[in-house]
Write a protein that binds this ligand. Structure first.
Ligand code: ATP
Ligand code: MG
Length: 340
């Protein structure tokens, strides 16, 4: 007798910094950092997600914290498989009783090899059917844009490892551009400024804190300062310094210029009719880095277009996937012949 288990539909947004998992009928079941702690001697996974985050930059030598995803692409398959398995377990959708249908967001420039790698990984994790969804389209949908209409609309999804700019019309991407400059590059630029200007070495979490707490793309009404601690380059001892917001802004100017260039390239490729629509529809910013203070004003000033930040930029992609998961017909899924 063949027992057929009902399928469980899930949406997966495996981001460079955060992984979100949506389960149909239940909502977002996992929203955790894409991080893994491994035991250095054996390579075994000790912790994932929030638990691994707690030890980021502080793990003793016998443990290492690693990111299985870089620039939206799996950089370490074994770690990704381990992390995914634990997240599925946490969402109570792992194991032989679950026949999964997975809609997964992928960056537009992904190579066929990377696509096959992610599909294989999902298959191993229990997926019987998979659908790859363009990340920018999912973000636009999740931001509430009526992407199926014929009007041109632009979405700029700025995550941690990748910025995707897409011009969308009639439910499709008309032209797009992706760059690896996003939140991580901003953190690296801040860390290198602090090193050069204050002879102080700081880790990724401290650079990110500076960006979130006092960073901005445009001058603030009041200048802020934040005391931070790091290791003095010359003396090798712990030291404190206060970093001013104008310094952080200065450090961010190079990565922000790269993001402007990506937007400019898409605007230059846009068919004139759709380009004209943007005067009305403007640009919508999604992804966690859209939360950088005054980024909307900064982009708007540069292109003289209306720019707005989506309501919950960190969740746009998963909300867009949730829509696909809830509404797509069976025929639109890619099935595996593994009999699950
Ligand atoms: N208030 C804030 N100001 C500036 N940046 C922020 C803020 N909050 C979060 N971020 C940044 O947002 C990024 C994470 O965003 P998100 O979760 O969308 O990325 P991701 O989906 O994991 O990455 P990617 O899509 O590039 O693979 C991090 O770089 C984080 O520092
Ligand atoms: Mg993302």
């Amino acid at each position: 007798m063949v027992i057929c288990f009902p399928s469980t539909r899930v949406g997966l947004d495996p981001g460079t910094a955060n992984t979100l998992l949506y389960v149909r009928g239940r909502g977002v079941a996992v929203n955790e950092p894409s991080l893994v702690t491994i035991r250095t001697s054996t390579g075994d996974i000790e912790a994932v997600g929030g638990e691994a985050e707690a030890g980021r930059g502080r793990t003793p030598r016998k443990f290492q914290t690693a990111r299985p995803i870089r620039a939206g692409i799996i950089s370490d398959l074994k770690l990704f498989d381990g992390m995914l398995h634990r997240f599925l377990r946490k969402a109570h959708v792992a194991g032989p009783l679950h026949r999964l249908q997975v809609a997964i967001a992928v960056p537009s420039g992904m190579t066929e090899v990377d696509r096959l790698a992610i599909i294989e990984s999902l298959r191993k994790a229990g997926a019987a059917e998979v659908m790859l969804v363009d990340q920018a389209l999912a973000a636009a949908r999740g931001a509430g844009l009526p992407i199926e209409d014929s009007c041109g609309r632009m979405v700029v999804n700025i995550g941690a490892g990748v910025t995707e700019v897409a011009l969308i019309s009639l439910g499709n991407v008309v032209c797009a551009r992706a760059t690896r400059v996003a939140g991580d590059e901003m953190d690296a630029a801040i860390a290198s400024h602090v090193r050069a200007a204050h002879q102080l070495l700081i880790g990724e979490p401290t650079a990110e804190r500076l960006k979130i707490q006092i960073g901005s793309a445009f001058p603030n009404r009041e200048e802020l300062g934040l005391p931070i601690k790091g290791r003095c380059i010359t003396k090798g001892v712990p030291r404190e310094a206060t970093i001013r917001s104008c310094e952080v802004r200065e450090a961010l100017s190079t990565p922000l210029e790269s993001i402007l260039n990506a937007i400019r390239e898409v605007l230059e490729q846009a068919p004139p009719e759709l380009s004209a629509d943007l005067l009305e529809t403007g640009i919508v910013l999604t992804g966690g880095s859209a939360l950088l203070r005054n980024l909307d004003r900064f982009i708007s000033r540069n292109f003289r277009l209306p720019v707005k930040v989506a309501q919950d930029p960190l969740s746009c992609v998963i909300l867009g996937l949730a829509h696909q998961v809830n509404h797509l017909r069976r025929a639109e899924w890619r099935r595996f012949g593994n009999g699950r």
